[in-house]
Design a binder for this molecule. Structure first.
Ligand SMILES: NC(=O)c1ccc[n+]([C@@H]2O[C@H](COP(=O)([O-])OP(=O)(O)OC[C@H]3O[C@@H](n4cnc5c(N)ncnc54)[C@H](O)[C@@H]3O)[C@@H](O)[C@H]2O)c1
Length: 435
């Protein structure tokens, strides 16, 4: 794979990125800014059109980087997967969700792998970046690619390198976040390291794709377990009449051996609520039950219900019930300052409150309309947030604490608030209920 290596070193290697979402687009832009010619592939025509029109649709991509990638002509996009054959390096950044039974849905990875297989040639470097269960690259991707007759690690290189992108994180940019790389052979790992080092400062080689897959899952399980722990603490503090936020703030002054996590209305996003199930599913193939995963899911999944019980208690203190109340949700995305609704606990909270007879509405600058469709079928439109609207609601529930919100106005005008994010900590008042 000498030619491939030379092309990578000269940055003339053409890069294909399959899946142009929160992970794929920043990677495609990073590679283009580093000087590689990049073709983005997606089944979503709107994304292809947006790139053709120069529209930056993911906030995290720096405007200057975007401008450089587009204006240099180094980033283009297409839905014509035959063009994968032109690419020397191919990154797979497609979704890995779970189905309703909370089992891995590998259909996008399978489809992307099959697209690569149809275009596969010698001297290509295939890198899977989608978060997935340990074993995916070797057990699922490799056989599908080798069905072409080409051999992984000999004719083409195969690697798993997990993505650590954190949407909305202003502190750590793509370049500064170390990237784990696990190739099928040492040569595969080395090729990927040479490729990424053009736009990522530190690469961390591990011995295999499976070790790299397990590393990523472990990072996310670590978060979900610790969030469950602090959520449980919030429930206990509430029962004991303690302010959990005060306890966390004090504990976080310990300079070693402690890491701060915050309680919240429930887990959201594409990763933390989903990835532990990938591990649990795989573990069962080895007659192994990852108990921490189930335990943390039990606590984290109960949080939206707990929020509704806080709403119930808050309304009760005003001699009201959920049934018939006007409840305004502030922020419906899964976290602050992102336009991402995936697995957002707000959806569950809206569903529960609606089922209990509340008249539920919301305001979110990132989400103009909302369709809640799990056990209900609700079409909502983001309401204008005015002092009058805040005064009108029987209860305001803060679910996402976007930095654009004017908390003083909220605290001053709302009759009753359930604040799941401690967003109103600067305005302590009896009408503000914490988690
Ligand atoms: N979003 C994050 O914060 C984050 C962080 C680290 C890792 N990840 C992982 O990265 C992967 C991608 O996540 P994302 O957040 O970028 O998802 P996303 O939904 O934002 O983007 C995925 C893109 O892939 C496209 N796609 C789906 N099937 C395809 C196919 N067969 N061929 C081509 N394109 C296809 C979709 O249209 C979409 O544009 C997932 O495995 C996720 O777990 C996500």
């Amino acid at each position: 794979m000498q030619q491939l290596q030379q092309r990578i070193q000269a940055r003339t290697a053409k890069v294909g990125v399959i899946g142009l979402g929160y992970v794929g687009l920043p990677m495609a832009v990073g590679a283009a800014v580093a000087g590689y010619p990049v073709i983005g592939f997606d089944i979503d025509k709107r994304k292809i059109e947006a790139i053709a029109a120069g529209e930056r649709y993911i906030e995290d991509v720096e405007p200057d980087d975007w401008k450089m990638a587009i204006e240099s002509g180094r980033l283009i996009a297409t839905a014509d997967f035959v063009r994968l054959r032109e690419c020397d390096v191919v990154l797979v950044c497609v979704p890995t969700p779970i189905n309703r039974a909370k089992e891995p849905d590998m259909s996008a990875v399978e489809a992307a792998t099959d697209s690569i297989a149809r275009a596969l040639r010698a001297e290509q470097l295939i890198i899977v970046e989608s978060t997935t269960y340990p074993g995916t690259t070797i057990e699922l991707v490799k056989p599908r690619l080798e069905a072409t007759g080409l051999r992984a690690g000999i004719d083409f290189a195969l690697v798993f390198s997990p993505e650590r992108i954190d949407p909305g994180n202003k502190r750590f940019k793509l370049r500064q976040v170390p990237k784990v790389v696990g190739g099928l052979t040492e040569q595969c790992t080395q090729l990927a390291i040479e490729f990424y080092s053009a736009f990522i400062e530190r690469l961390v080689p591990v011995s295999s794709p499976t070790a790299a897959e397990m590393t990523k899952i472990y990072e996310n399980v670590f978060r979900s377990v610790n969030i469950a722990l602090v959520n449980e603490l919030a429930l206990l503090c509430n029962r004991m009449g303690l302010n959990v936020w005060e306890v966390i703030e004090a504990a976080s002054t310990k300079p070693y051996g402690f890491m701060t996590f915050y309680p919240g209305p429930g887990l959201g996003g594409h990763c933390i609520p989903v990835d532990p199930y990938y591990l649990a599913w795989k573990a069962r193939h080895y007659d192994f039950h990852v108990k921490f995963v189930e335990l943390s899911a039990t606590i984290n999944d109960s949080m939206p219900y707990y929020v509704c019980s806080r709403v119930n208690d808050a309304l009760n203190s005003h001699f009201k019930s959920i049934n018939g109340s006007d409840i305004l949700i502030l922020g419906v995305t899964y976290k602050r300052d992102v336009a991402d609704l995936r697995e957002s606990p707000a959806l569950k909270i809206i569903e529960i409150l609606h089922q209990r007879g509340a008249k539920v509405s919301y305001h979110d600058p990132y989400i103009p309309t909302l369709h809640v469709q799990d056990h209900v079928d609700l079409h909502l439109r983001s309401e204008t947030l005015t002092p009058e609207r805040l005064q009108q609601a029987d209860c305001v529930v803060v679910v996402a604490d976007h930095s654009s919100y004017d908390w003083a106005t909220v605290a001053e005008n709302a009759k009753l608030i359930v604040d799941t994010r401690n967003a109103l900590k600067a305005f302590p008042a009896p009408h503000i209920w914490k988690l």
